[in-house]
Ligand binder design. Sequence first.
Ligand SMILES: [Fe+2]
Ligand SMILES: [Fe+2]
Length: 244
Amino acid sequence: MTSTVTEIAPRTYRISTFAPDFGIQFNQFLVADDEPFLMHTGMKKMFAATRDGVASVLDPSRVRWIGFSHFESDESGALNEWLDVAPRAQAVCSFVGATVSVNDFAIRPPRALADDEVLETGRHRLRFLATPHVPHGWDAGLFFDESMRTLLCSDLFFQPGDPAPLTTSDVVGPARDAMVAGQTGPLANDMPYTPYTDATMQRLAGLKPQTLAIMHGSSFSGDGGRSLRELAGVIRELLANDGG
Ligand SMILES: [Fe+2]
Ligand SMILES: [Fe+2]
């Protein structure tokens, strides 16, 4: 496995590993700042590819913060490998994530972030947004890089295949197609529709991101607020009345 590294916003690197057995990309994001921030660790079995991708930008042992949306193999599976290779690194996640999973799993304690808490890494300010069950998981949260207006949006805007690193074309249509297709497969029902799903999506849209750093698929450069409002509409359409 190898990774492809692309700077999708200033000092923000997308480290992409395509996994043929899944038919999708697993994209990690590195904010190369004084205190380097890595969003998602990737799975354990792709650790070497992710580490080598990071090494093309900076010394992996310098990684200081490891963020992820929710506790899942692709988001945080290689957390301990990263904590081992980067002695000053610390996981940052929601209070729920720390309490129910990461405190026990990680070889060093995580730092639990409150909703709206800001992590300053040097030139970048990363705001943590607690987003329970968006995209999925009780512990879910997202990070918004206020300095570059980049939303690190985890599984939202999922696109299968091995598409280009960055696009200015529509990402909502492909995400909608993937959601429709996904509902007929063995991994259906990945995203619940809760009483606060739409409010969470509107809150994300209100951030007006200029870049969407998407975990599976192309990143997007453009009117991220509009894309998020449109995706909220798709989620309402497809999920709000689907099985109650
Ligand atoms: Fe996920
Ligand atoms: Fe994912």
